[in-house]
Design a protein around this ligand. Structure first.
Ligand SMILES: [Zn+2]
Length: 56
């Protein structure tokens, strides 16, 4: 399944209007930060949302 959503507002990550703000290669794949429409930063790794920061 590919149904990753923002843990704070439930917005589908695939529907975000903005691309990844920054991408960091890791030992296993890569992680990227994406800004959600609710203002949170989503930590994403290979298409899987690992967590979200608090909106500022
Ligand atoms: Zn959100």
């Amino acid at each position: 399944m590919d149904d990753q959503r923002c843990p704070r507002c439930g917005w589908p990550v695939t529907e975000l209007p903005t691309p990844a703000a920054s991408v960091h290669p890791m030992a296993r794949g890569q992680v990227s930060y994406r800004r959600c429409v609710c203002g949170s930063w989503l930590l994403e790794s290979d298409g899987v949302v690992l967590g979200a920061t608090a909106p500022r």
